[in-house]
Design a protein around this ligand. Structure first.
Ligand SMILES: C[S@@+](CC[C@H](N)C(=O)[O-])C[C@H]1O[C@@H](n2cnc3c(N)ncnc32)[C@H](O)[C@@H]1O
Ligand code: SF4
Length: 415
């Protein structure tokens, strides 16, 4: 008999799709706001969307909320407040529920951080990328290094102690010493959490069409990563995921839930959700229409659902590994069974292969990636994809996440 598929902790993802300007490397569902974006109608749409999805999560408690974008910090605090009041009237929020808002330092305004805090936001994630003015210019960012530092300090003065800073490395024109200087400036601000992403050229971005000059080669990028990783460890930040580092007890609860193959309700334009339906012993993926104008017009109705898909049992090991093998802690085999509804025997051959390759280690109860395994996570994950292909006769390319959007994967990369 198969293990019982048990509904895991539930998170709420809220997508706010506007930015001041579209960055040339960005493939997120983000749109340049020409003039003021329709903030209040969008909050109405989000609440209607939430009402529509509520029957999928009746009686469940929300353990974290993440406002991602786009640039959520473009939204006035009154709009965030109204949404959170509406959401907490419809769903039970766990005590101490982590509520994160992504913030572009170029949108910081005096007084805004206090108001976000008063609305219930208790964690900010700053898209810093770099403190170097030349790098920031080449990335098309709307802020300079000094503005980035000042925005973080303003948030700290407003009482935020749980801050994440996003840094990118392997930037055009950057050498390893510059990447280290960026990291030093970030550490000087003493954030609780740091996300360190290698710049990637994503399809359908300006950078992919016309790659910028001066991109570091792979060896140089690897050198930057190793140096920064060592410096972060020395400064007391433990790497708990491929790109995520935290002080003790400061891991991002929201992203950890993704990586542990937890559940999330996704509302907002293009938002993706994954929900375990205990009674049906099924896993449902649902995503919303992508374009903000269409979403605004249709939210709350069936037309706003871009698609629904059941995750077939044969695909679950791959989806589980796509998340769990990013984590330094790995996973308990018991968790695999509860989250996928499959016996551990279903993945025994691939696990043995990954252990042989030196990518994973196991004591029979837990499975952990080795240092090599974290570096070659994609190869380890791809082993579980083969099984899906064999079982469904539907070939899927390694790295192809199907209904799992690149945003979900990188966001659960990204903070
Ligand atoms: C939605 S953005 C964060 C908030 C806000 N929009 C901003 O950029 O300031 C999420 C993060 O993903 C990372 N990111 C976006 N595109 C990337 C790319 N092509 N390569 C690596 N990291 C990327 C950036 O660090 C960015 O801060
Ligand atoms: S990186 Fe952030 S600010 Fe830039 S376009 Fe993407 S979501 Fe918007």
């Amino acid at each position: 008999m198969n293990p019982v598929l048990t509904p895991p902790p539930l998170s709420l993802y809220v997508h706010l799709p506007w930015c001041v300007r579209k960055c040339p490397y960005c493939d997120f569902n983000s749109h340049e706001a020409r003039g003021a974006a329709p903030f209040e109608p969008y909050v109405d749409a989000l609440l209607a969307d939430l009402d529509h999805d509520l029957p999928l999560v009746w009686g469940r408690t929300v353990h974290s909320v993440f406002f991602g974008g786009g640039t959520p910090s473009l939204f006035p605090s009154e709009a965030i407040d109204r949404f959170l009041q509406g959401a907490s009237g419809r769903l039970r929020f766990a005590p101490g529920c982590e509520i994160t808002l992504e913030t572009n330092p170029g949108t910081a305004e005096h007084g805004r951080f206090e108001a976000y805090r008063a609305a219930g936001v208790n964690r900010l994630s700053f898209g810093i990328q770099s403190f170097d003015d030349g790098c920031l210019r080449r990335l098309g960012r709307i802020h300079d290094g000094a503005e980035a530092e000042s925005a973080v300090k303003q948030a700290q003065d407003a009482g935020f102690d749980n801050l994440n800073l996003d840094l990118m490395y392997a930037l055009p024109g950057q050498d390893p010493a510059m990447a280290e200087r960026d990291l030093e400036r970030a550490l000087a601000l003493q954030p609780a959490h740091l996300s360190h992403y290698q710049l990637t050229l994503e399809p359908n971005t300006l950078f992919a069409a016309r790659p910028p000059a001066g991109l570091p080669d792979d060896d140089t990028a690897w050198d930057m990563q190793e140096r920064c990783q060592a410096r972060l460890a020395e400064a007391g930040y433990a790497q708990y995921e491929i790109s995520a580092y935290a002080r003790p007890g400061r891991q991002c609860a929201h992203n950890l839930n993704y990586w542990r193959y937890g559940d999330y309700l996704g509302i907002g334009a293009g938002a993706h959700g994954k929900l375990t339906l205990g009674a049906e012993q099924a896993i449902l993926r649902r995503w919303k229409v992508k374009h903000p104008a269409q979403y605004l017009a249709q939210a709350g109705r069936a037309e706003a659902v871009g698609g629904d898909e059941r995750v077939e049992p044969a695909r679950r090991p791959f989806e589980f590994m796509l998340n769990a093998l990013r984590l330094a802690e790995g996973f308990a085999l018991e968790l695999f069974e509860a989250r996928t509804g499959l016996p551990r025997a279903a993945i025994a051959p691939q696990l043995a292969e990954a252990v042989d390759a030196g990518w994973l280690e196991t004591d029979g109860a837990r499975v952990r990636p080795t240092e090599l395994g974290l570096r070659f996570a994609n190869d380890a994950i791809a082993l579980f994809l083969d099984d899906v292909a064999d079982n469904t006769s539907e070939r899927t390319r390694p790295g192809d996440t199907g209904a799992v959007s690149a945003e979900t994967v990188r966001r659960a990369g990204p903070d």
